[in-house]
Design a protein around this ligand. Structure first.
Ligand code: DGI
Ligand code: FE
Ligand code: FE
Length: 191
């Protein structure tokens, strides 16, 4: 499918506000790809599709996660986590996206994972810092993003985890593992 057709399809899945968020994530992802040496068309495609299922009825999201068969553990956790593996499944199975790096970046954009790839990091971070985002820590994360993908992403996870702790909500274990792994990566670089 051509990019223009995909764009039209994505817009039809969500309200205007979420589409504007998607456009912001695409811009930030391309910028980060240029800064950190990733493929900008992969970054753009993953960003375009990352929230594809966000506004789908929750049972439809569940079906997509089950059809994908990967990261199905999210179904035991809070519903805001479901749209990421749902979108990965739909992108691969329905939209026929064959680039597995792009599919993985979509799947792990909310939670991260251990040993995140460059593209995983870019999409997850772009989602935190796109121009439309406005949460208390966002400017600090934007500043960190200018010199360290890992430090910025850790700060992003910290902010999500702190928010979840304050709300008394569960924390999906993979996000903790992702954060631990990024801290190890930074330590490794010092030796
Ligand atoms: O889809 P977006 O709003 O652009 O951003 P996202 O994909 O990062 O999803 C964010 C939502 O998921 C947000 O409401 C917080 C929630 N979330 C993220 N990590 C966790 C989580 N919720 C729980 N319960 N546990 C998590 O680890
Ligand atoms: Fe999302
Ligand atoms: Fe998003």
């Amino acid at each position: 499918m051509k990019l223009e057709q995909l764009i039209k399809l994505v817009r039809e899945q969500m309200p205007e506000k979420r589409w504007q968020h998607t456009v912001g994530v695409m811009a930030s992802a391309v910028q980060l790809a240029d800064r950190y040496g990733a493929d900008r068309s992969e970054a753009e495609l993953a960003a375009l599709l990352h929230d594809y299922c966000k506004y789908w009825p929750i049972e439809r999201q569940r079906e997509a996660v089950e059809a994908g068969g990967v990261l199905t553990e999210v179904l035991e956790y809070d519903k805001p986590l479901w749209h990421a593996p749902a979108a990965a499944a739909v992108a691969a199975n329905d939209l026929r996206i064959t680039n597995t790096a792009v599919i993985d970046a979509i799947r792990y954009h909310t939670t991260g994972r251990e040993k995140m790839t460059l593209l995983d990091k870019i999409i997850c971070l772009a989602d935190y810092i796109e121009p439309g985002r406005d949460f208390p820590d966002v400017n600090g994360i934007r500043n960190l993003a200018e010199h360290s993908l890992e430090q910025a992403l850790i700060a992003g996870f910290d902010s999500t985890i702190q928010h979840l702790l304050k709300q008394g909500q569960q924390i999906f274990p993979l996000m903790i593992s992702a954060r631990n792994c990024l801290i190890d990566e930074l330590k490794g670089r010092l030796h």
